[in-house]
Design a protein around this ligand. Structure first.
Ligand code: HEC
Length: 485
């Protein structure tokens, strides 16, 4: 049987769940990046207003706003962008490897546009004041095209993770133009415009040399970029409608956390849109710095909620139906059930001597390989906490049938003795890690016990659980081939 399961060193973040580490940084990165993209569009609009004599304040605003944008999004955007690569290759090396293998040249294209954005932005920063109006708008146009195109390319890769659709390895374009590609591209574009517009209102309020009328006029112009928010409900429905049924059920009540975060995103967006459409666009009201900041915070909340849901509904996969979050492929489960995943793991346990016996050490390895991507031993979402009230047999049964316990977990990928080792590791911790711990393999019930666990593993099967136990024909075929081998 061909196995391309590769072991990577696994990084621990103590009590912090890995998803929170990536997610926290990612949300910040997305927000600043979307601000930079929308900012380009906003500046082109103001450059046009200035050139056509429609606004006498537009040019002053534009130059000041641009300095702010460069400072905020070039610096933090670049730092968090590098930070994203740095954390994600530690947390999900196999996923990142697959993404780079599959989309190598598309990453290159994305990167080229990103370079265009930075170079055009820098030229504008350095020479913008001396250039003619036509040269200025051309440069801003290049900046905007570069920024938006980098969104276009990265969006294809990120949406592929959620809905790879007809993709199979090698079919790059089928993966790239996947079912959620267009709705998420349009949705994000509107989000970019919204963020840029709201931030501009904070910036405009800081102009103490402008009188209130001048500021109001600028704010009303900037508010025009909020108008596309009216399309968000439709785009959102299109996106949710393009999700596979099981992911859709996650957000529509199947998972409390997902539903809550979706509601957070929707409510924050509705508040912003309501204020924008009624107050700023129809009644042409003024908005002060505090309110504008509050709206920015809401926009950040909406981005956070949306990103959380997008990452969350993919569970238990990092690339749907192709790679589980714990870096095991669906087609590898059957093999790992037969041979076990810990015996080949080349990386030593940290503080191996602190464990009381080999069985508990094996349990720690099982946890590290299969569970640590989503659980901590004793911090956020900890296994000791989640199973605190369960008795030993209950742990054995539930872990053997992991995907049935909660459908957003992958099937258990090891033989019965690895389930048992994991259970012992959990109970040893729940007993405050005593120096002596009985090795359950020495007990007379051991053989019968492993047989029960084997039966439970067989009953659960090797396919992921969906709310209705449906898998795509493609995955079903892969699984049956891997079991036959
Ligand atoms: C893809 C992420 C993911 C992986 C991998 C994963 N889990 Fe979970 N697990 C979750 C989530 C999310 C929950 C829900 C937590 C909650 O309900 O608060 C959960 C809940 C649990 C629970 C509590 C269930 C309940 O009904 O109370 C147990 C026990 C558990 N996991 C064990 C494991 C074990 C053991 C492994 C490794 C063999 C594992 N999980 C791997 C995501 C994962």
């Amino acid at each position: 049987m061909r196995m391309d399961l590769v072991y990577y060193p696994i990084h621990e973040f103590g009590p912090l769940m890995k998803g929170l580490v990536i997610g926290g940084l990612g949300i910040f990165h997305v927000f600043t990046a979307q601000f930079a993209i929308g900012g380009g569009m906003l500046m082109m609009y103001f450059q046009w207003l200035a050139m056509t004599g429609r606004s006498s304040e537009a040019r002053t605003f534009l130059d000041r706003y641009f300095k702010f944008l460069v400072l905020l999004s070039f610096v933090t955007g670049a730092l968090t962008g590098v930070g994203m690569w740095f954390t994600s290759i530690q947390i999900s090396p196999r996923t990142i490897g697959l993404m780079i293998d599959e989309f190598h040249w598309l990453w290159g294209v994305e990167w080229t546009f990103f370079c265009l954005e930075v170079v055009a932005g820098y030229c504008f920063y350095r020479y913008g004041a001396e250039l003619s109006d036509r040269a200025r708008i051309a440069l801003l146009g290049l900046y905007t095209v570069g920024a938006w195109a980098s969104l276009f390319w990265i969006n294809g890769i990120l949406s592929w993770q959620l809905t790879p659709g007809e993709w199979t390895s090698g079919h790059v374009w089928k993966g790239f133009f996947n079912p959620t590609f267009w709705p998420s591209l349009f949705y994000r574009t509107v989000a970019c415009l919204t963020t840029a517009s709201l931030v501009s209102m904070v910036v405009i309020n800081s102009f103490s040399d402008f009188d209130r009328d001048q500021r109001t006029r600028l704010i009303n112009r900037a508010a025009m970029l909020l108008a596309p928010m009216a399309t968000m409900p439709l785009l959102g429905l299109w996106f949710v409608g393009s999700l596979p049924e099981d992911s859709r059920e996650w957000v529509l009540g199947g998972s409390i956390a997902m539903t809550l975060f979706l509601n957070l995103a929707v409510i924050a967006s509705v508040l912003i849109a309501g204020y924008a459409l009624v107050g700023l666009i129809r009644q042409r009201l003024y908005i002060n710095g505090a309110t504008a900041t509050l709206l920015c915070v809401l926009a950040f909340g909406a981005t956070a909620g949306g990103e959380f849901v997008r990452e969350g509904v993919r569970k238990p996969f990092t690339v749907r139906e192709n790679l589980y979050s714990n870096a095991i492929k669906p087609s590898e489960i059957a093999h790992l059930r037969a041979v076990g995943g810990t015996s080949l793991d080349p990386f030593p346990l940290r503080d191996a001597d602190a464990y009381p016996n080999d069985q508990v050490r094996t349990g720690a390895l099982v946890f590290r390989q299969q569970c640590s991507i989503c659980h901590t031993p004793a911090g956020v979402n900890s296994l000791t906490g989640l199973t605190a009230s369960w008795d030993t047999d209950q742990k054995r049964l539930n872990i053997a049938k992991l995907q049935r316990l909660k459908p957003f977990m992958p099937p258990f990928a090891g033989p019965p003795h690895e389930v048992e080792a994991l259970v012992q590791w959990i109970e040893w911790q729940q007993s405050n890690k005593p120096a002596q711990w009985n090795d359950s393999r020495t007990e007379p019930e051991n053989i019968a016990r492993l047989a029960s666990i084997q039966r439970w593993l067989d009953e659960a099967g090797t396919a992921p659980a969906k709310p209705h136990d449906r898998v795509s024909p493609k995955l079903a075929q892969q699984l049956s081939q891997s079991e036959a081998r």
